[in-house]
Design a protein around this ligand. Structure first.
Ligand SMILES: Nc1nc2c(c(=O)[nH]1)N[C@H]1C(S)=C(S)[C@@H](COP(=O)(O)OP(=O)(O)OC[C@H]3O[C@@H](n4cnc5c(N)ncnc54)[C@H](O)[C@@H]3O)O[C@H]1N2
Ligand code: MOO
Length: 424
């Protein structure tokens, strides 16, 4: 018995013939660790990448106490307990410019948003509550001491971890790093993912499909999902149902990629050699996941030590390919890319306007449309749900996820909804 198999069998819920979605996903995540390799790149190029090292604050942000409003800076102790307050204006403080004014009792400065607080100022009153005339300013009653001040370091303070290793860089992280004056970050290298389709009936675009043949759509959905995940994509094309071609392709793919994804040939049909070949080239396990669509799936490692790769053998049916990718491959690739912690998929509950029936025992991923009707969210299915009906994915904006124990759902009953927005 081999190591992956041993590792999986140690899990209490490991049932390769009826593996639950959650257990399958967890087993895969636990088997993987982030790829090695770090590069230092300009900040903007890091959008979508994963931090290899934590970003530590070299400075306080903001760097100094400053005003949150355009208005008048003063000493809070000068504010009248009730009634207006009148103060002498002794200078003006602009953002980004030094201001020598020092504010004593009975005095104020005109101050702009972002300007450093001059000596003595601990309170800002916004200009809408002030009236200036003849070198004096009168403040409306009810102003509060200490208001409209932004303290040095209130966002980030020098020495703290601004972003921990494992964080994926989104627009907010780009800005946060920039606010620290840092122009270069250490990120993990991009994951390399090779993929190909299998099957004599599958025709690549550019060739005419003969009788009984179909155009390859899986390489297009996979290309889209992988590209949006930000990995380096290696498209190997279509591989015929031929053992030699398959062996050569799998070996080559494993030598250039961290991960190899195939579609088709993982079920029990006539292309049995695909399963045998995968298993012969490494340690690949074939699972039946208790889900629909996406029941058959292969997971393991192929290739020789030194140039081996993780393998995902996804089912050939186009919707099954996509559902399996989203439920298993996407979190696995994020894990390999070093994302930590892994993001939870956004799920919500909404009443389902379509009555549904399902067999118990497996999780179903129906394609749904979540919409607002008179201000309330609701979901319906896209119609026919066969695992070859790719238009059901194109028409959808979410999965309706029915758990293993659910059977019939009456119209209006709440169901779990997984938004495509959290997927790629
Ligand atoms: N007796 C059984 N038959 C099947 C089972 C089963 O458990 N017992 N499972 C069914 C399920 S569920 C699925 S999903 C498929 C998966 O089988 P494979 O992964 O071996 O896929 P193929 O047989 O190669 O193809 C299935 C289907 O998808 C079409 N296909 C394949 N590749 C592409 C592509 N690149 N682009 C578009 N369409 C593709 C292919 O023509 C077939 O129609 O097995 C069921 N059968
Ligand atoms: O589960 Mo298959 O993957 O339904 O089409």
């Amino acid at each position: 018995m081999t190591s992956l198999a041993l590792q999986f069998q140690a899990h209490a819920d490991y049932r390769p013939e009826t593996l639950s979605v959650d257990t399958g996903r967890q087993l895969i995540i636990d088997a993987l660790s982030p790829i090695a390799g770090t590069e230092h790149i300009p900040l903007r190029d890091a959008l979508g990448r994963v931090l290899a090292e934590s970003v530590i604050c070299p400075i306080d942000v903001p760097a100094h106490d400053n005003s949150a409003m355009d208005g008048y800076g003063l000493r809070g102790a000068d504010l009248a307990a009730d009634g207006p307050t009148t103060l002498e204006i002794v200078g003006t403080a602009y953002a980004g410019q030094p201001c020598d004014a020092s504010v004593g009792p009975g005095q104020a400065v005109r101050i702009m948003t972002g300007a450093r607080l001059p000596a003595g100022v601990d309170t800002v009153v916004m200009q809408e509550a002030a009236h200036a005339e003849g070198g004096r300013v009168t403040l409306a009653p009810g102003q509060r001491a200490g208001h409209n001040i932004r303290r040095a370091g209130e966002d980030l303070h020098a020495g703290q971890v601004a972003l921990a290793a494992g964080r994926q860089i989104r627009p907010a992280e780009l800005g946060l790093v920039a606010s620290l004056g840092i122009s270069e970050v250490a990120v993990r290298r991009r994951l390399r993912v090779a993929f190909f389709s299998t099957g004599d009936e599958v025709v690549t675009l550019g060739s005419a499909a003969r009788d009984g043949q179909i155009y390859d759509s899986n390489r297009y959905t996979l290309f889209g999902m992988l590209t949006r995940l930000g990995v380096d994509v290696i498209d190997i094309g279509v591989v015929r149902d031929d053992p030699d071609a398959l062996e050569t392709t799998l070996r080559e793919a494993a030598s250039v990629a961290d991960v190899v994804i195939t579609s088709g040939g993982v079920s029990v049909g006539d292309a049995d050699f695909t399963r045998d070949m995968m298993a012969r080239l490494g340690e690949v396990l074939f699972w039946k996941i208790a889900m629909k669509p996406g029941r058959p799936m292969a997971f393991g490692r192929i290739g020789r030590a030194g140039d081996s790769a993780w393998l995902f053998g996804l089912p050939g049916n186009p919707v099954a390919t996509m559902v399996s990718f989203y439920q298993f491959v996407q979190p696995a690739l994020l894990r390999l890319a070093g994302v930590h912690p892994l993001p939870a998929q956004p799920m919500l509950q909404a009443p389902c306007t379509t009555p549904l029936r399902k067999a118990p025992g497996r999780t179903e991923f129906l394609r749904g449309v979540l919409s607002q009707e008179s201000g309330a969210w609701q979901v319906r299915t896209t119609g026919a749900q066969g695992s070859g009906i790719l238009s059901s994915m194109a028409d959808a904006n979410c999965f309706i996820v029915l758990g293993p124990d659910q059977t019939s759902i009456a119209a209006g009953e709440p169901v779990a909804v997984q938004l495509f927005d959290g997927l790629v």
